[in-house]
Design a protein around this ligand. Structure first.
Ligand code: ATP
Ligand code: MG
Length: 222
């Protein structure tokens, strides 16, 4: 499995109270499988992605990415795991503004020690952004920035790609196009994709849809 979550519990401190955000959560995502994660605002979707990315400590339960357990990993091992096996796409792209589009795309692959200029160029071609390689992020449209963020995340050939509302500020036509490209690329790279989305249309183009509700996760469709 690219992602395996077993009996995950997570508590947050809400003012003076403790709140059980996630209770006995189990989830697995196979290589090349594309999964949508839906749920109300505040249900814990971003927190779950942060736990999977090793950005928040696991309180109880088990998370393994590409067969590597995060539960007892040191900060150094977590950072290595992120570099090697996990790609992340944020809602607001998080492109590096001082780097050109091409340097942005090469960035994650260089960190992972998997720099391959041809793979980066092929991704740019598949995403229709080859003509933008010399430009800088500030001069791109939202849809173009998101395609660059996708190319950057996939260029390191991650086993698992986490995307938090990646189409949050794109119009509907752009969203559908970008998601279709993302799913196709994830499948052709055998990368598992876990995507948070509020859009039923976006979720419909994934293999499975899960909903996070009342601290647990439920399969909506298959
Ligand atoms: N570090 C933290 N400490 C305490 N509470 C937190 C922390 N991070 C998030 N929360 C709370 O946990 C809950 C879940 O937050 P989270 O960001 O995971 O929700 P979400 O499902 O991603 O929501 P949205 O759809 O609005 O992005 C919220 O009530 C939030 O206020
Ligand atoms: Mg969120």
């Amino acid at each position: 499995m690219s992602l395996l979550i077993q009996s995950l519990n997570h508590q947050i401190i809400d003012g003076d109270n403790h709140r059980q955000l996630l209770v006995d959560l189990n989830l697995s995502v196979a290589p090349g499988e594309c999964v949508a994660l839906m749920g109300d605002s505040g249900s814990g979707k971003t927190t779950l992605l942060n736990l999977i990315a090793g950005l928040e400590p696991i309180q109880q339960g088990k998370i393994a990415v590409a067969g590597i357990s995060l539960t007892q990993a040191s900060d150094r091992q977590l950072s290595q795991l992120r570099k090697q096996h996990i790609g992340i796409i944020f809602q607001h792209f998080n492109l590096l503004t001082s780097l050109s589009v091409q340097d942005n795309i090469e960035f994650s692959a260089k960190l992972a020690g998997r720099y391959d200029v041809m793979h980066g160029l092929a991704l740019a071609e598949q995403l229709g952004i080859s003509h933008l390689l010399k430009k800088y992020p500030a001069t791109l449209s939202g849809g173009e920035m998101q395609r660059v963020a996708i190319a950057r995340a996939l260029n390191s050939k991650p086993k698992l790609l986490l995307a938090d509302e990646p189409t949050g500020n794109l119009d509907q036509q752009n969203s559908s196009q970008v998601v279709a490209q993302l799913v196709q690329l994830a499948k052709s790279n055998n990368t598992a994709l876990l995507m948070v989305t509020h859009s039923a249309d976006v979720a419909a183009s994934m293999d499975k849809i899960y909903r996070l509700q009342e601290s647990s996760i439920r399969l909506v469709t298959d």
